[in-house]
Design a protein around this ligand. Structure first.
Ligand code: MTE
Ligand code: MO
Length: 385
């Protein structure tokens, strides 16, 4: 276990444990199958119609250029609802308070002296459109949150853990105006999970300002909004937190037809939905096309991806071996032979190990969804050959 991360271009006091949470195995790491895969297929990229130009000031995953399983820092999107605060790491403290027996605060050094863990996790913004680039696969290092909460001693009746951040803004609520910090919450059970990290490193480097320096939450399986950046206070409450990012924004409104009636569901953005994207099409020397993409979900491994070409039958694609299957995307590819000149349409859909299938745009479950959050319907991408 000495230095597995060397295979990923990094070696530190951290190692990734062989556990059910995030299983980076040495043999597979050394083979790095996904990297070899992308390099070997080479070819000339055929751009998608309407694909946005890459803007380094507003990074998004540039799907057509994406061949690396870990998202390079310069391609990793960022979202800040109240701007991007510069937090001084020296005077910064993380307070743990509310319904705990022993409230306390931590300096950055104190957090770094605690046991460290590093996980590979894919994070997506719940506002990411079906083929959008607000998604990335990162290496996240920090110290687990659970033991911190245990040491502080959650009081009887504490059911909710609220994460507050340094960024804030004025919010108008029912006629009043209130300066509020960005905040999101998890239930105690979710917050105590062993893979939830108080994170201070991303991709082998100290977190940068845009991604939440000095410390953010890492909540594998949850949409990005739960990954509170510039974290500075954790409070245990005996009731649900309903701030803007739990109860007003980031709320999905969806209708379900039952016995001739429509039942309206209103839910806070939660765990990541099963999704796949057609990411990159290349023309090979022999004239065949190679279609590559990615698929991810809430931590349930991706079991199958199918590709539909020009509205035809769904064809099962080849899944790349991934060093980590839980909480990380899986790359896939399909060799499309004998493609004629003209416009072509491609769509993919994923199935997970529990048999859940990525929905069609008119699937009854999402047909009456009125908000764009948590979109995971399969989508068509067009190319001209
Ligand atoms: N403090 C704070 N944390 C935040 C946000 C924010 O605006 N403020 N945005 C959230 C949203 S909506 C997303 S998608 C992720 C994005 O993480 P990234 O910027 O590191 O990609 O951060 C989350 N954490
Ligand atoms: Mo987001």
């Amino acid at each position: 276990m000495v230095c597995q991360m060397a295979a990923l271009g990094r070696c530190s006091k951290f190692f990734v444990e062989e556990n059910a949470v995030n299983n980076l195995r040495r043999r597979e790491l050394l083979m790095l199958p996904f990297a070899a895969w992308a390099a070997e297929q080479g070819g000339e990229v055929i751009p998608f119609e309407g694909s946005p130009a890459f803007d380094p000031e507003k990074p998004r995953l540039p799907w057509e250029q994406t061949t690396e399983w870990f998202t390079p820092q310069e391609h990793f999107f960022w979202v800040g609802h109240y701007g991007y605060p510069e937090v001084d790491p020296g005077s910064w403290r993380l307070a743990v308070q509310g319904m705990v027996e022993r409230p306390r605060s931590f300096t950055l050094e104190e957090l770094k002296r605690r046991p460290g863990k590093e996980f590979a996790v894919t994070m997506e913004c719940s506002g990411n459109p079906p083929t959008g680039g607000l998604v990335g696969n990162g290496k996240w290092a920090g110290t687990p949150l659970g033991p911190i909460l245990k040491e502080c001693g959650v009081k009887e009746g504490g059911i909710e853990v609220v994460f507050f951040a340094a960024d804030s803004g004025k919010e108008k609520i029912r006629g009043g105006e209130y300066e509020q910090q960005f905040a999101r919450s998890l239930s105690i059970g979710e917050a105590m999970k062993e893979n939830v990290l108080v994170c201070y490193e991303m991709n082998g480097k100290p977190l940068d300002r845009n991604h939440g320096a000095p410390v953010r939450l890492v909540a594998p399986g949850w949409y990005g909004v739960a990954w509170v950046k510039w974290l500075n206070r954790i409070e245990v409450h005996d009731r649900a937190h309903l701030g803007r990012f739990m109860g007003r924004d980031y709320v999905t409104i969806r209708g379900e037809e039952r016995d001739g009636k429509t039942i309206w569901q209103e839910t806070s953005v939660g765990r990541m939905n099963l999704k796949s994207v057609v990411g990159r099409v290349t023309r090979q020397a022999g004239g065949n096309l190679v279609v590559m993409g990615a698929a991810w979900g809430d931590g349930t491994p991706v079991a199958k991806v199918e590709l539909q070409m020009d509205g035809g039958d769904w064809r099962t694609v080849e899944l790349a071996k991934s060093p980590v299957e839980k909480f990380c995307w899986r790359f896939w590819k399909y060799e499309w032979k004998g493609v004629g000149a003209g416009e072509h349409a491609l769509a993919s859909r994923a199935t997970d190990a529990r048999g859940k299938v990525q929905p069609a745009p008119d699937d009854p479950f999402i047909k009456l969804k009125k908000t764009y959050w948590e979109a995971n319907q399969w989508a068509v991408r067009k190319i001209k050959v």
